[in-house]
Design a protein around this ligand. Sequence first.
Ligand code: GDP
Ligand code: MG
Length: 139
Amino acid sequence: MATNQTFTMIKPDAVEAGHTGAIIKLIEEAGFRIVAMKKTQLTTERAGQFYAVHSERPFYNGLRTYMSSGAIIPMILEKENAVADFRKLIGATNPAQAEEGTIRKLFAKSLEANAIHGSDSDENAAIEGSFFFAGTEQY
Ligand code: GDP
Ligand code: MG
């Protein structure tokens, strides 16, 4: 299978709780190479842009507020079959349904504050990566 990329961000609850290092360790141990990484914070408006696909959902306003409530760690990651393998590593959206050993099972606080994002397709991985990083920030 071809090497490809996915996009992730460690969300405000997990950064605030001091889980950044533990989460990055699991990501690297699972065979992902970090292509780009930084610490930043979204405005409510930019959080809304990132999650525009959910703009009609009842949780959209809460999600914008939560995702702009503190620092995040966005990253571009590379591995064979990156998108699907990373979704498996983070586990189900609702941590109550996430498998044992997944990042969300280990670190998520709730369905909303679920510790980490993972792109759902190669196309979205490229769009989301360029939402945060210029080409010159990727190695
Ligand atoms: P993901 O791809 O697994 O992150 O899940 P989605 O794309 O469906 O949702 C995006 C994010 O919105 C999730 O990671 C959660 O932070 C949040 N979210 C999703 N569904 C719900 C929900 O039913 N209620 C609340 N409060 N937040 C949700
Ligand atoms: Mg999603």
